[in-house]
Ligand binder design. Sequence first.
Ligand SMILES: Nc1ncnc2c1ncn2[C@@H]1O[C@H](COP(=O)(O)OP(=O)(O)OP(=O)(O)O)[C@@H](O)[C@H]1O
Length: 359
Amino acid sequence: MQHPPSRTPVSLASRLILEDVRHGYGTVEAVRGVSLVVEPGEILCLLGQSGCGKTTLLRLIAGIERPSSGSIRLDRHVVAGPEGFVPPEKRNIGLVFQDYALFPHLTNLENVSFGLRALSATEAREEALRALRRVRLEHYAQDYPHALSGGEQQRVALARALVPRPGILLMDEPFSGLDSRLRGSVRADTLKVLRDARATCIIVTHDPEEAMRLGDRIALMRQGEIVQIGTPEEIYRHPADIAAARFFCEINEVDGVVGSGRVITPLGAFDAPGMDDGQDAVAAIRPQGVELRAPGTGVPGRVVSHRFLGELDLYEVAVEGVDRPLVARRRTTAGLSRGHDVGVHIDPAEVLVFAAARP
Ligand SMILES: Nc1ncnc2c1ncn2[C@@H]1O[C@H](COP(=O)(O)OP(=O)(O)OP(=O)(O)O)[C@@H](O)[C@H]1O
């Protein structure tokens, strides 16, 4: 079937530029000097633990909060800064919140066409139907939101946010209200819609896996600051510090001392480029880098627990000289269980070395 061409004005994805943005609530400094550029069409995930300032940063970009200093630009327009302030409704921004915030007394179609008041009723209806089609929900156009599942409501909210063609779309924990089975498929659908719409998008999440699945880049936040920004692979492979490494993966931390450019630990020596001899260091070993082989090779260890998890099992292995049992994630090894002796080998590609924190 041929659908009529779209009548909403074509809006290009915006570039967002933040320069030294700060914001506090009373004595709490929620955002502390954030500078950031998000390119047109890019999907950026703001990732961090609860209370690190992600939502506040999103609210500043939306114009719901006004920064105490610094500036925010959308393309060439300063929307917040010493020169002035543009209110949210004039920023050409789309918003999707955790609870979707659909109007319960409006049909799904009316919810989506709500933001198209500049168009005639017929045009708004056509555009809203097109948007519902994009999220594969046109057959629910005349129903009310309460009759939809959580995942479907999320898609209506996405259609509503995208239908006015915003220059930038801001999403705050958009999948956290969904149960874990549904989350994966709604996330994949959302990503496809965002790519098709070529929208610049900022997604707030506290889930590292979600950030890696969705983001072209990830901005890792801590205590109101961006501690690292990069592609998922850059951040995973080269975390800025041990706390960033911990955030992405449960790691084994083994203490050692640097000698001749390597940190010497009970599990072997690992490259420690740029570190001084005699310096205390920590080898951060990912669980998939702990290989368990027959005893008599590698470092002697003993399995203290084994949990069957399907594709990869979880083993804990005690090794002499290491305070806590090592966590290993391995393919299920028939017969290997608690009490068995093993030879532990470490894959150096799964080891990151950091300077030890000074007491
Ligand atoms: N309206 C407010 N009044 C006072 N303090 C606030 C307000 N909103 C946030 N804060 C404080 O600012 C800091 C950052 O909060 P923010 O909600 O931005 O963090 P977050 O990373 O989004 O957390 P979460 O993931 O839990 O939503 C926290 O210490 C929080 O308690």
